[in-house]
Write a new protein. Structure first.
Length: 147
């Protein structure tokens, strides 16, 4: 056996083996019998209570309910905003929607509809514009992005 093999493999291996044996033997010798351990009873701490004099009584502070919370019960959305919301929700629930001119998807991050045309030409854009005006007239052109 050469000195380099002995120096690089055998000596570190023996040291590691000795270390493992020591680690395994030390915990075995330190174990105690379970009979030596005496459980301590759970102690409860009793705090002294402060008694009030008989003439003093404790009563809760009554806070009157607020009459105005900031919301108007009779408040309604303007009809044009309500129409936009309803049409946007209806179209968003249909996505991804395949149509003759392309596919409509909804981008939740940017809150926009994304149109991916089958072929990028003026005829498909005109078909999309006609479809949008007939089916979703409240949704303006800025609610749609094109790929």
């Amino acid at each position: 056996m050469s000195k380099s093999i002995f120096k690089f493999y055998v000596v570190p291996g023996l040291i590691a083996l000795l270390f493992i044996v020591i680690l395994l033997l030390v915990p075995l010798n330190n174990k105690k019998d379970k009979t030596d351990i005496i459980p301590t009873p759970n102690r409860t701490i009793i705090l002294p209570t402060k008694f009030l004099a008989p003439d003093k009584t404790v009563s809760p502070t009554i806070i009157p309910p607020q009459k105005f919370t900031g919301a108007d019960i009779n408040q309604e959305l303007p009809p044009d905003l309500k129409t936009i919301g309803e049409q946007k929700t209806a179209l968003r629930r249909l996505t991804p929607l395949s149509l003759p001119f392309g596919v409509i998807e909804f981008d939740y991050e940017n809150d926009m509809f994304v149109i991916q045309f089958n072929e990028s030409n003026d005829e498909n854009r005109q078909l999309f514009t006609t479809w949008r005006e007939e089916n979703y007239p409240a949704l303006t052109q800025d609610k749609f992005a094109f790929r």
